[in-house]
Design a protein. Structure first.
Length: 160
């Protein structure tokens, strides 16, 4: 079950520790986050020969495939702004601002299906080589490893 509320997530993670003293609960939280960071470091090292982490590569590949079927044209001859036409609806993409009226490009910071269609218009058939320039560094393996490089240390409890 996926929980989106952060409080519920932490509560579920600490179900056994609820009756412990506050210091112990904080140490349990630190220990759990350290485990998560360690798992993500291992994941990052497994894909360190790639430019993007596998999850981002899959999203980019899927968005590229879907975006290939859309018709795109520039807005008023401006190469940075496009209108993308897909079955019954239109979406506006601004390549310079890295934004899309569907908001996925803005929020996720990875090229949406509409942005992929706009890249194809701007860069031609080899647009897949330019996708990296428009995606957030967050999804690059080197940045991913850097984000999870720090260890989280548990603070020893004071004896009373």
């Amino acid at each position: 079950m996926m929980i989106t509320n952060i409080t519920e997530s932490v509560n579920a993670m600490l179900i056994d520790e609820r009756e412990y003293p506050v210091e112990s609960i904080f140490n349990s939280i630190a220990k759990r986050f350290d485990e998560i960071f360690r798992e993500r470091r291992i994941y990052g090292f497994k894909c360190k020969d790639n430019k993007f982490i596998p999850a981002a590569k899959k999203i980019l590949r899927d968005n590229m495939s879907e975006g290939d079927s859309f018709y795109v044209e520039y807005i008023s001859g401006d190469e940075r702004q496009c209108t993308v036409f897909e079955s019954g609806c239109t979406t506006k993409v601004d390549l310079l601002e890295r934004s899309c009226s569907c908001r996925k490009f803005d929020l996720v910071k990875i090229a949406s299906i509409h942005a992929m269609a706009a890249f194809r218009l701007k860069h031609g058939e080899d647009y897949d080589l330019r996708v990296n320039d428009y995606s957030s560094p967050l999804y690059k393996v080197e940045e991913y490893l850097l984000e999870y490089s720090e260890s989280i240390n548990i603070v020893p409890l004071e004896s009373k």
